[in-house]
Design a protein around this ligand. Sequence first.
Ligand SMILES: Cc1cc2nc3c(=O)[nH]c(=O)nc-3n(C[C@H](O)[C@H](O)[C@H](O)COP(=O)(O)O)c2cc1C
Length: 254
Amino acid sequence: MIIGSMLAILVLGIVMMVISIFSKAALAITAGLAIGLFIWIAILFWPVFPVFSGVLVLLAVIRAFKTPASGLILALAIFVVLFIAWQILLVNSVNREVISSVDVINPKGTEGKALVVYHSKTNFTKKVSYAFANGLADKGWKVDITTASSKAPTDLSGFDLLVLGSPTYEWRPSQRIQDYLKMLGDLKDKPTVVIIVGEGYTVLSLPTMEKLVKQANGKLVKSLALWKLRPNIVNGEIKNPEEIARQAAQELKL
Ligand SMILES: Cc1cc2nc3c(=O)[nH]c(=O)nc-3n(C[C@H](O)[C@H](O)[C@H](O)COP(=O)(O)O)c2cc1C
């Protein structure tokens, strides 16, 4: 979704750039769009900084030299207002509750019992949460897995491990996972794994999630940050995030 919005802005920027050959106002808006896009990408994906945004900024700066400063400021202001409005709508939409039944993986497993609860809108968190669940099943665990909704199990007494999977939305774990944690209340030292995913910037959401688990008296046994765009590097090697999640579960020690 976020890639879609960025592409839409990029296409709009290119169209404006073509129009700007004929119009000064379009020129200023193009510069505003380009700078806004640059900042957005810089904040979200700093480690895999796309070259095209740098090119856009360069073009914008060159063009802005020919534009009155007030035009540029207006363009930036318009961009910021639209950007904030769009983000509010987007964050509300991605944080909407997803209710699903409990899926049982390896029902005959006897080595331990885990509850995996995740929130996912575009399936990445779902995939890595299932990969983690399958890793536990590989070593003989029975795993119940479901989405973070008002219908998700809240009695943890029959489980040896709780696993929480959450996307990052605006530098924070998803509100759904935070609400689910509130529903659970006191975790009573329950061994807990947190999996945080994002396009590439999880440096704030992971510690927030860890803190929330500790505040709820959970015993944090593993935390993982996995990325969609930024390469996931383990021991100097780029690895598939699902593979990392599955292996982490296989190697998990309580
Ligand atoms: C509104 C919004 C804000 C986001 N903020 C961040 C962010 O701060 N850092 C990041 O790395 N990814 C961010 N993302 C990307 C998502 O975390 C990423 O697409 C994730 O895979 C979504 O999980 P899902 O595929 O399970 O729905 C954001 C996505 C959206 C829609």
